[in-house]
Design a binder for this molecule. Structure first.
Ligand code: IPM
Ligand code: MG
Length: 406
């Protein structure tokens, strides 16, 4: 790993319960620098991509929380909202307009809501909202996707798994995000010599792509509980054979990390059988997509889980792992916590503003401790609130920290 990248690995201390959600210190990536204004406040440019469905609702809340937590730490933001996904298709006919790419590249970090919806489901592939998201990941070169799944004590009853299985789960999926079958060539749908249509994609990984994601995973595992499980399908796939060989070779550089390997089918089973056996999981793009959704369910709701997608130098992309939920869009029913926690990851991993990040994590816990729950995490005896009210409660919680510290 380049020295410049290593220089940014800094230990951090957390005390809150949410510590586990994002406790690994900034991964080996360069955090963004900022301008300092005349009042001595740091200023960052953030591109907001609300997208589709519940995206705009959750982004407007996360924006307020970000602003509020930042202001308590002498950090200011300038926000620029740009279209992506279906919203961009409706506006300019493509899912990722050039202007959105340049704004994202020019900013210090990008916060995305969600993309997709019934309206565009039948579009040709290059005009699907999802294509815009994949293009954005490629344009920003965000190859490392960190998806934490932590069962909070406050929400253990929301898990579909038995309490004793779910309690205390704290794992992190490190998903390779810009390679593999999502991007491999050749790909397409064509007619073969028998006149029959065939659809095909290519799962392909070059050694350097495996090495760089594996290093991120080793570094991250080292700052967690020191256990890394590499998930592949090396009993069948050639790309997985190379994956396993490269990951195994790198282990020599990380003698303090305990490396294991698991086939993906077994990993899917073990995640619901005994999820506590996992600390950090590293895997390819498509396995990571599937396993991170599965892991999210252990925690009770996909509406709680944030993610960070990082490159080795440019701005990071931060987004909740849930989708656009078109069935509840505009109904004030969405859970904004995954996006609020993504804003905390943005502060911590994207900007190195760990104090402001912690304010947000603590505020989320504060709102949960007071018993506020959106529909997806509601249980008897708690207070059912909508998206806006949950956002207001988190904001109040940020404010109360300010008063507590005066
Ligand atoms: C995710 C999503 C995306 C993916 C889709 C929307 C393209 O499922 O971020 O997990 O497959 O990567
Ligand atoms: Mg997914």
């Amino acid at each position: 790993m380049a020295a410049a990248l290593q220089a940014n690995i800094r230990p951090v201390k957390f005390t809150a319960t949410l510590r586990a959600l994002t406790k690994q210190s900034p991964a080996p990536f360069r955090v963004r620098c900022c301008a300092v204004n005349s009042a001595g406040k740091k200023r960052y440019n953030i591109t907001l991509l609300p997208g589709d469905g519940i995206g705009p609702e959750v982004i407007s809340i996360a924006k307020n929380v970000l602003q509020q937590a930042g202001s308590l730490e002498g950090v200011e933001f300038s926000f620029r909202e740009m279209p992506v996904g279906g919203a961009a298709l409706d506006l300019v006919g493509v899912p990722l307009p050039e202007d959105t790419i340049s704004a994202a590249k020019d900013s210090d970090a990008v916060l995305l809501g969600a993309i997709g919806g019934y309206k565009w489901d039948k579009n040709e592939k290059h005009l699907k909202p999802e294509t815009g998201l994949l293009q954005l990941r490629a344009a920003l070169k965000v190859f490392a996707n960190l998806r934490p799944a932590t069962v909070l004590p406050q929400l253990v009853d929301a898990s579909t798994l038995k309490k004793e299985v779910a309690e205390g789960v704290d794992l992190l999926v490190v998903r390779e995000l810009t390679g593999g079958i999502y991007f491999g060539e050749p790909r397409g749908i064509k007619t073969n010599e028998n006149g029959e249509e065939v659809g095909f994609n290519t799962e392909v990984y070059a050694a350097h792509e495996i090495d760089r994601i594996a290093r991120v995973a080793f570094e991250t595992a080292r700052k967690r509980r020191g256990k890394l499980c590499s998930v592949d399908k090396a009993n069948v796939l050639d790309s997985s054979i190379l994956w396993r060989r490269r990951v195994t070779a790198l282990a020599a550089d990380y003698p303090d990390v305990e490396l294991s390997h698991m086939y993906v089918d077994n990993a899917a089973m073990q995640l619901v059988r005994d999820p506590k056996q996992f600390d950090t999981i590293v895997t390819n793009n498509v396995f990571g997509d599937i396993l991170s959704d599965e892991a999210s369910m252990i925690t009770g709701s996909i509406g709680m889980l944030p993610s960070a997608s990082l490159s080795d130098s440019g701005p990071g992309l931060f987004e909740p792992i849930h989708g656009s939920a078109p069935d509840i869009a505009g109904e004030d029913k969405a859970n904004p916590l995954a996006t609020i926690l993504s804003a905390a990851m943005l502060l911590k991993y994207g900007l190195g503003e760990e104090k402001a990040a912690k304010r947000i994590e603590d505020a989320v816990l504060g709102a949960l401790n007071k018993g506020f729950r959106t529909r997806d995490i509601y249980s008897n005896g708690t207070k059912l609130v909508g998206c806006k009210e949950m956002g207001e409660e988190v904001l109040k919680s940020v404010d109360s920290q300010a008063h507590a510290s005066v």
